[in-house]
Write a protein that binds this ligand. Sequence first.
Ligand SMILES: Nc1ncnc2c1ncn2[C@@H]1O[C@H](COP(=O)(O)OP(=O)(O)OP(=O)(O)O)[C@@H](O)[C@H]1O
Ligand SMILES: [Mg+2]
Length: 268
Amino acid sequence: MSLLQTTDLTVRFGGVVANDSVNIRVEEGQVVGLIGPNGAGKTTFIDAITGYVASTGGIEVDGANIRALKPHQRVAKGLVRTFQSLELFEDLSVEDNLLVAAQPARWYDTILDMLYLSRVPAAVRKRVDDALELVGLSHVRSQSPSNLSQGQRKLVGVARALAAKPRLVLMDEPAAGLDTAESYELGQKMRTLPASGVSVFLIDHDMGLVLGICDYLYVLDFGSVIAEGSPVEIRSNPKVIQAYLGESAGTIREAATQALAQTENIQP
Ligand SMILES: Nc1ncnc2c1ncn2[C@@H]1O[C@H](COP(=O)(O)OP(=O)(O)OP(=O)(O)O)[C@@H](O)[C@H]1O
Ligand SMILES: [Mg+2]
């Protein structure tokens, strides 16, 4: 049974069919990627899975339909997302940015207690410690996010999602704005997540990153899945190359070649 499975998932915005009968599966322990040109419907897919937009079709976690669940109830099922536009609380330390996410059910009631009266339960503290450790930010935990590099800020966003103890983390362009080295670093961190019980669903335009770390990939174009397969299958798929021609002719092939050269270094 799949960790996540959608069946004919469809999202309409007026006349626009942003997701058109999308069938995607994520197995436990996998890193699965979703790529596609701008406006293809990638963010919409994560919005639909996590309950931020209305959809039709099936959304199953461990074979059980979660359609009726509200966003916070889906978090409780282990589906935790990051956002394409990263919002950090600049007046809080890195650590406190994670603490506010680590215990979503008590967000409003106890935030002041948690932050200022040191009543953080040990289990929550450990989740935050583990998340910081996993992304390599333990040494900057007391700093304000505004002191960090863009790459580190992105990692705070990833760590914040991990602090909620997801079974599946859905990341919307975590590498946007990162340079090649930072993106590579982030990829290496993501590749270690399945070993700690966190499966990954990744949207990104960095083909090197996506083709380098994903076990399986889906390609979305105009709301429909036009291809799926392993990175090796995807990089040579004519439909995929065609879908990307408009915005970046040839880059997918170049990126794929580079990614494959790096794959041995990234994969465990
Ligand atoms: N809230 C909304 N209301 C109306 N149309 C929307 C809404 N959100 C997205 N759309 C439209 O749905 C389509 C898919 O958008 P979406 O943001 O999911 O694409 P994307 O693949 O994430 O693009 P990008 O790579 O630029 O982030 C686009 O045509 C977009 O204009
Ligand atoms: Mg998007």
